[in-house]
Structures are given as C-alpha cells and as structure tokens.
Design a binder for this molecule. Structure first.
Ligand code: HAM
Length: 436
C-alpha cells in the first residue's frame, strides 16, 4: 500500500515559500502587539471538552470540535479557539497581576469545518485580549491595535471596514422589547448570525417560524435595516432605548478624535457565533468584492472567569486568522514577493583548497550577524550566479586559485553589479560591502 503524500484534509504543509509568508504575518503581529505593551503567552494544544462546553456555544462544541478520550478516560479536545484557555490562565493569576492584563498569542487551532476559500480545518490565529481595562477605553485600544496591524501592511479604510454591534443592545431588543425567553432569544441570535450567509427569502421564512407578533416582527425588520451609527441613534431615541444599554457615545467620540470613524460601520447582523460575548461585538470585513468575508472577529465578555469560580473580570479581544489575512493582503496586492529566501551572501569557491578559507570567513561573518550560505563543493563560474539568484543572496563571493594564493576574496553585489576584491582578513570592509 502506498500512502498519500497530501496533508490531512483542510490542513496545510507549509513549505518554505509558504512559511516565509506566514512568518512575515507573524512578525507584524508580534511587533504591533508589543508596540501596545501586550505580552506574549501560550497554552496547551489539548483542553478538556468541558472548557468549551461552558461558554463557547453549541455550534463549536457539537459540530466543530476535534475530540477524543485519552488513555485516562478524559474527554479532551484539540483547541478550536484560544479564548477559553486564556480565561482559564487569567483566572489563575488575575488577583496578583497588575491591571489591565494585556496578553497576546498566535496559536494554531483546529475546527472540523468544510474546507473552502478562507476556511480550513487548521489555522493560526492572532489573539489579542485585555482584562480589567476601563470600559470604552479598552474597546478603543483593541480596535486601534487591530487597525494599526492592518495599516502596517499598507491597508487603509478603502480595503477593510469594522462592522460593530453590541450584545446588550440586541439582548434588550429581544428580551425587553420583544419579550422573548432566553431560549428563543438565543435561537434568534443564531438566525441573525447567519443573515449574510442565507438568501433573504430563506432568512424571512425561518423568521416566520418564531411566530413574532406583528409589532415585534415590524420592530425586528426595522432593526435589521439599520446601517449606520446615525440610524442607530435615531432608532434608540424613537424606541426609548436608554443609553445605559450601550453608551456608545464615549467610544464613538474616541474613534472620532483619532480619525478611526472611517473604518467603523454599525451592522445589526453582527452578533458573533460564540456565546460568551456580553458587550461590544465586531468583525473586520474585507471590502474586496472577491473576498467579502471576516478576517477578524472579537468582542467584550464580562463573565468568562465565573466558570472558574472567580469574580467577573471584563475582557475585550479579538482573533485574526492567518488564512483570511493572507487572502486579504493578496487580493489587494499588499503582499510583498516572498517567493525567494533572503540571504546576505553566498560564499563559493572554485578550487578545492578554497573550502577552508571560505568556511572560516562564513563563521566570522555569521558571528557579526551576516546571513551566509556556503557552497559545499567547488562550483564553476557559470553555476554560481544562478545559484545565488535561487538562494536569494544579495552578494556572492568568487574565490579561485589567484585569490587563494594572495589571501583575497572577490565579492560581487548582484543588485548593483559592483565587484571588489578584499583581503580575507579585512572583515569590517567585507561586512560594510555586503550590508550596504
Ligand atoms: P472567531 O470569529 O471564531 O473568533 O475567529 C476569529 C477569526 O479567525 C475569523 O474571523 C477568521 O479570520 C479566523 N478563523 C476562524 N475559523 C477559521 C477557519 N476554520 N479557517 C480559517 N480561519 C478561521 C474566535 O475564535 C474568538 N475566540 C476570538 C476572540 C479573542 N474573541 C475575543 N478574544
């Protein structure tokens, strides 16, 4: 029997050219998180299934989780998201930790989904969360950080938008205004969450099954038509919905102050599929017509620590996936060409006696932080340049018997075409030539 060379369905083999792209994304994520003072953390790949049962919601637990019994009869799952692990870890230390707690991670996650563009069974997700931050300021910081990350790739408000809603507002509408029980409200949440994925007729048909009264049906449709913060403001006033439900004024004022409003849009259908959100909820959408999907989702959650017997501690955060981010950058032409590796110099020799001096030079250069690859055999001149090109080397050394006798090395910069011969022991001049 021969085995398939392909990876398990919905997962990727990250060959060097793909891993380079992923590392490029991770580098920007690390830099941005640290610019805002977030500290890296990590957790285990496996968790007990109960951790997700407690708050993540039925869809994730019943349909998307990879679960199995371990040898000790414990029911475990490969992490499908990071937030429950984060909450479990924060529950251990939050009493002693200075607040707010600002943490980030880039874990790989697995969900049993139907693989398609932008959706795989394994993806890496940039998670950024803040606990114990002042309301509105914490939300603002999280939005600002997400925008700063996308801006660092050259993206702006023409490329993406942040669709925003608030769970308290939807709760108030469903429970207080429409008098729905918690159970029915949750079902309506699920339907609302699928609004963009369903054809309108199917959505309305499913809405019928809720048998809403005429007034409540009209109110719900009026709510669904809201498409800006101005619309929302009018709706809240007309229906006497108190600003205590969502005092978005302060949050909105901050975003105005820092010219971020052009990125934000109110969207009544954003409620998020995960059950733990209690406050603001948002998704970052790609504006490219071929790629209309969320590359990031997040929100505020007040009560996640309660499941560990701790007092509530408000948190806000988001997850931004590597698959969707790459699609986003690619569709807008914002991904640099990373098809080749990057090396500073390829050191080669054309005669056997050249190997030792070349290896010595390589060691001295590496000790000074120069990225060096060496040929491991003698190379003819016509082989050297194509090899340097493939290895992404900026410079190349040529060392034949002439140079060997006089303890010299010729270096050529492949970008400028400049070639200079140096004494082999003139390390500082060699480094200057390579790194300039
Ligand atoms: P989520 O909306 O399930 O949220 O995932 C966040 C992002 O991860 C999505 O917008 C998408 O970019 C990416 N993503 C999710 N599933 C897949 C998949 N199967 N394939 C490729 N990309 C995917 C959460 O997971 C929350 N725990 C985020 C969070 C952190 N909320 C607060 N803090």
């Amino acid at each position: 029997m021969t085995l398939s060379k392909l990876p398990y369905k919905g997962t990727r083999d990250l060959f060097p050219s793909e891993k380079r792209v992923q590392n490029f994304l991770f580098e920007k994520m690390n830099i941005t998180a640290q610019l805002f003072g977030y500290e890296p953390y990590d957790g285990p790949l496996l968790e007990e299934v109960d951790l997700y049962r407690a708050k993540s919601g039925e869809e994730l637990v019943n349909e998307q989780i990879y679960r199995f019994m371990d040898r000790g009869e414990r029911e475990v799952a490969i992490r499908p998201e990071m937030t429950p692990t984060l909450a479990r870890m924060v529950a251990q230390i939050h009493r002693e930790a200075p607040r707010p707690i600002r943490w980030y991670a880039i874990p790989n996650l697995m969900r049993y989904e139907r693989p398609q563009k932008g959706r795989l069974r394994e993806h890496w997700q940039f998670n950024v969360d803040i606990f114990g931050g002042k309301e509105n300021l914490a939300e603002f910081e999280i939005f600002n950080l997400a925008i700063t990350l996308l801006q660092s790739f050259g993206a702006n408000a023409t490329h993406f938008e942040i669709l925003v809603n608030h769970r308290k507002l939807v709760d108030y509408l469903f429970k207080d205004k429409m008098k729905l029980s918690s159970e029915v409200a949750l079902k309506l949440y699920k339907l609302l969450d699928r609004f963009k994925k369903l054809p309108e007729a199917v959505f309305l048909e499913q809405l019928e099954t809720f048998q809403l009264s005429k007034d409540h049906h009209t109110l719900f449709l009026e709510y669904l038509r809201l498409s800006s913060f101005e619309d929302l403001e009018k709706f809240l006033t007309t229906h006497h919905i108190d600003s205590a439900v969502w005092n978005f004024g302060t949050f909105f004022q901050l975003t105005k102050e820092f010219q971020l409003t052009s990125y934000l849009r109110y969207d009544p259908t954003i409620v998020r599929g995960l059950d733990y959100y209690t406050g603001i909820v948002f998704e970052i959408f790609d504006k490219h017509p071929d790629n209309r999907r969320a590359l990031c989702g997040g929100g505020a959650y007040d009560r996640l620590l309660e499941i560990f017997g701790e007092k509530p501690l408000p948190g806000v955060g988001f997850g931004l996936g590597d698959v969707t981010l790459k699609d986003f950058l690619q569709s807008h032409g914002l991904l640099p060409d990373l098809s080749k590796p990057k090396n500073d110099v390829l050191l080669t020799f054309q005669i056997d006696g050249g190997m030792v001096p070349v290896m010595r030079l390589a060691q001295s250069l590496r000790a000074q932080g120069v990225r060096v690859i060496t040929a491991l055999e003698t190379l003819k001149l016509n082989k050297i340049f194509p090899l340097a090109e493939k290895r992404g080397a900026k410079c190349v050394s040529i060392l034949d018997d002439q140079e060997l006798i006089s303890n010299q090395v010729a270096l050529k910069n492949l970008i400028t075409g400049k070639q200079i011969t140096f004494a082999l022991n003139d390390l500082s001049a060699i480094i200057k030539f390579i790194m300039d």
